[in-house]
Design a protein around this ligand. Sequence first.
Ligand SMILES: [Zn+2]
Length: 426
Amino acid sequence: MSALARQPTHLLAAVVLSLALTLAFPALIARAQDAPATESVIYTVAPGDTLFEIAQRFGVTLESLIAANSIANADLLEVGQILVIPSPVDVPEATEPAAAFYAYAQPGETPLSLAQRIGQDAAAIAALNSLPETARLFPGQPVRIPVAHASPDSGAFGAVLNVSRPGSLVQGRTGRVVVDTKRPLDLSADWNGLPIAFTPQEGNPLRQFAFLPVPALLEPVSYPLTIAYPAANGVSLRRTWPVAVVEGDYERQEINLPPDRGVLLAPEIVQEELALVTAVWSQVSPTLLWTEPFSRPIDLEYPTTSPFGTRRSYNGGPYSGYHEGQDFGAPTGVTVTVPADGIVALVEPLNVRGNAVILDHGRGVFTGYWHLEETALQTGQPVAAGDVVGLVGNTGLSTGAHLHWELRIYGIAVDPMQFLEEPFSP
Ligand SMILES: [Zn+2]
């Protein structure tokens, strides 16, 4: 019997059963009518569909689907029948990962592009949702994500769909954590007691990233990384993971300072200067100011003479200090350039660092340039990559002309060369 021939019988049955349902489940019908008006999705029934599967596919309850369409008999679906899909029930927010979770399609997305966006397997998503990988999705359409991917490994919790985080980090290097969310969230993180600022990816408020700087002398064990956001009820939802810190491959260097240099390094001079620069690079400005990868601040012909992170012992003491920047050997007068867009945060003649410039690149990322011969920059001035910082010199506590280049994130000195090697731009 064709579907067309069956239809009149079913329509009659539907009317009869609709009445029966109204009588049997008045509360159900009333609830549907009382529900606040929200955006609905229209679905056309395809061959082989059942109401139960459709409800599952759209992440709605069977009851709400029946109520929204005043369906009398769930077994009497017709191919081509139009169903109103009620607003999906939010996945309950909990600190534990849900048994299954949903991603919501953005305009123009297919299961394939959605899978790429949230970093999941497209074939698994397509199979689970009985959709071709290239099917056009409705904006906001809930798409089931395989349960296996909702395991603790995905980092999912509450409205957080995926947390891409490093399993381990190297002393003195910078990690990156990327979080995909169901809706724009006010994310924050705590990395071993250090508050971490998230930045939304340009054009995608559902993806945010943050830098995880690792102090160069941090003991190589595991430390907690906590990601949190305020839920609608005012409760802070959070998850914590251990992130292992592993030892960096840094050299050791013994430095013997002559007695007159010891006078220059009087503790109060060092401390006062440190307080001044620390006050500058401890700030976290609201926007990330660069979009391109960092460029080398000095021409390639001037090589590294002392890399970042070298452990230093002074006059036979313990290796309790380290080189907080990268030194490039160059004669006085060589041009130093801005590696990435930013704002000039400090221009000062200092005792230890000499003529110093600090640039603010936004979101807690700063670069420093010490021992300059001169600079024409002024505090508060915006700078673009390639602009002149100043000229190499031998000012301050320096035993020969060179550029000391430093990169700080939330005040923590990290290897600046990593920003030349890896695409850290958003
Ligand atoms: Zn140096």
